[in-house]
Design a protein. Structure first.
Length: 574
């Protein structure tokens, strides 16, 4: 090899070391850049040259500049991030539910429920005191309002989750478009795989976009030999080389809710996911919050119907002179078990009492007539309808009954000296129609207290505490006060308070389990991230060592050139 060839070889070495120093500088500059993957220079020996019987090396060549990345770990890290993002959403919604419940506070439902039944117990002890009865009614109103408020808060959480689902559609489209464009830029820069170098900065941007997309929805990523990546969600391609599929937010109606969902814009198929924030939102909205609302409605309907079935058997200190059912039917000529009432009825009967009051007597005397009204719902001809029920009541002396314009039952006394009351209902009709009932409504959102009991200060006189006629008896109040811990057949022996306690327990247990799962997934993701950073992260100490090594090599090559130059000067001087 000539002196000129040696100088050329040393010059190549200087250039290679300059490139190496440039890569080191780029790594140091991006040490704190999110998503940046450390780059390294691939050095390779240059081709050899034969000189006589000798084989001489021709220095160093640069095969390329590539990213220092473990693709298997990166794939697992994306999957772990997807699972963690789903768990984060579910963990948060459980915390929000616990906050909405506010158990162990002074304004929780458990406290209101206990106070309500305690007030009824006071009515049983002093049935003659109207103020005690009014207090029981007021505590019932408070209980209903707290249930309404909880329902409102949880439905707001449900709506927030649906709104977040709608926002995610735009985020998915933005990220898939970014990945599509980066695919094209990478394949152009790298020459479709013909170049020995990676488009480092572009690949880092794409990797970061893939990570963000994986936190939204579970994805599968496959890289082609040309350098592009194909992204699929549960087998459905959403990015294919230089193309992508757009998604959109749609709305479906299910169980009385308008639910947002993500679907493909081209064929309107639902975007099915098994991980990521979107999966967490679906689970939090439909399973966690939806299940909670269903449980809260079950508690409210159980409270209303079971309480009303007992309450409607009783009588207050005064009877009724006019009463309209709270609930309406769809068709007054339809059998009552198919007329659209919220609660189920069975065949049975109830006692209708008509009292003629002798106000001249001292004390006031009541002459009471009792009429048994059959409720036939056996599926054979002649089943009871609202129309037939109104006719049967209207045929009783002293009262009139009719169906109102909005399909409710209205009963009125024919004179001010006539009062009526109810007892011994074995069919559940009074509770289902809202006749002589305490609670109104059938869900947590519409639960309330009958306006008949809230009309004025003396409304408490109508509180049905007695079982043996209009007066000061307390037998029915005793039955009502024991309802909170009495096993109910429709609940398989469970209690009203037990239904709510189970709802609270399920929420607390769900929160504990979800928090534990989320913590575990965060730890696992952190472990994988540490493994990925060990390979792909920039270590300033390592870069400093590489920089010193490259500097020393560069200095040695420069000294080598200087030596060759001196030899060349000697040769020229000969």
């Amino acid at each position: 090899m000539s002196l000129f060839g040696s100088i050329q070889m040393a010059g190549n070495t200087l250039q290679a070391m300059q490139i190496g120093l440039h890569v080191v500088g780029n790594n140091i500059a991006n040490a704190n850049t999110p998503g940046y993957i450390r780059e390294k220079v691939l050095y390779t020996p240059a081709p050899v040259q034969e000189l006589g019987r000798l084989t001489l090396g021709l220095g160093v060549d640069i095969a390329g500049i590539v990213q220092n990345v473990d693709k298997f770990v990166e794939s697992r890290l994306r999957d772990a991030g997807s699972d963690r993002a789903s768990a984060d959403v579910q963990e948060k919604i459980y915390r929000d539910l616990e906050l909405a419940l506010g158990e162990l506070s002074e304004v929780d439902i458990s406290t209101a429920l206990s106070k309500f039944f305690s007030s009824i117990d006071e009515v049983a002890k002093t049935p003659e005191d109207i103020q005690i009865r009014n207090l029981a009614i007021a505590d019932g109103v408070t209980l209903a309002q707290r249930i309404n408020t909880l329902d409102l808060r949880v439905r707001a959480l449900h709506q927030d989750l649906s709104s977040r689902v709608q926002d995610i559609a735009g985020e998915i489209n933005t990220l898939t478009e970014q990945i599509r464009k980066l695919n094209l830029q990478i394949v152009t820069t790298e020459g479709g795989g013909n170049s020995g170098s990676d488009a480092g900065g572009l690949r880092s941007q794409r990797n970061l976009a893939l990570k963000e997309l994986a936190e939204i929805t579970n994805i599968t990523v496959n890289e082609s030999p040309s350098g592009t990546v194909n992204v699929s969600i549960n087998g459905e391609l959403i990015v294919f080389e230089g193309t992508r599929r757009a998604v959109e937010a749609g709305v479906v109606n299910e169980n009385g809710f308008s639910l947002s969902e993500i679907r493909y814009a081209d064929n309107k198929d639902r975007l099915d996911v098994s991980g990521g924030e979107l999966h967490g939102l679906y689970e939090a909205r439909d399973t966690v919050v939806g299940g909670f609302l269903e449980g809260l409605d079950t508690f409210a309907s159980t409270l209303a119907f079971e309480f009303n079935k007992v309450y409607s058997q009783g009588e207050g200190k005064v009877g009724f002179t006019s009463l309209t059912s709270v609930e309406a039917v769809n068709n007054p000529n339809a059998t009552l078990d198919q007329a659209g009432l919220d609660f189920d009825l069975v065949s049975g009967e109830f006692l209708f009492k008509v009292s003629n009051i002798d106000t001249a007597a001292d004390p006031v005397e009541r002459l009471t007539e009792e009429y048994r009204i059959a409720v036939d719902l056996n599926g054979i001809d002649g089943d009871t309808t609202l129309a037939s029920l109104a006719s049967a009541l209207d045929a009783i002396d002293g009262v009139s009954a009719k169906i109102t314009f909005d399909n409710r039952l209205e009963i009125t006394s024919d004179s001010s000296d006539v009062e009526f009351s109810f007892a011994d209902d074995t069919s559940g009709l009074l509770a289902a129609l809202g006749v002589n009932t305490f609670f109104t409504g059938s869900t947590a959102g519409d639960l309330g207290v009958n306006q008949v009991l809230q009309t004025d200060f003396a409304a408490g006189a109508k509180f049905a505490a007695s079982l043996n006629g209009i007066g000061d008896g307390s037998e029915n109040a005793l039955r009502l006060s024991s309802l909170h811990d009495t096993g109910i057949a429709s609940l398989d022996g469970g209690t009203i308070t037990g239904v709510y306690d189970q709802l609270v327990t399920d929420t607390t247990q769900g929160a504990t389990i979800t928090a534990a799962v989320a913590d575990g997934l965060r730890v696992f993701e952190g472990t994988l991230d540490a493994s990925a950073q060990a390979v792909s992260g920039v270590n300033l100490d390592e870069e400093a060592i590489d920089m010193i090594m490259l500097q020393r090599t560069y200095q040695a090559s420069a000294r080598y050139i200087q030596t060759l130059a001196e030899l060349l000067d000697v040769l020229v001087a000969l």
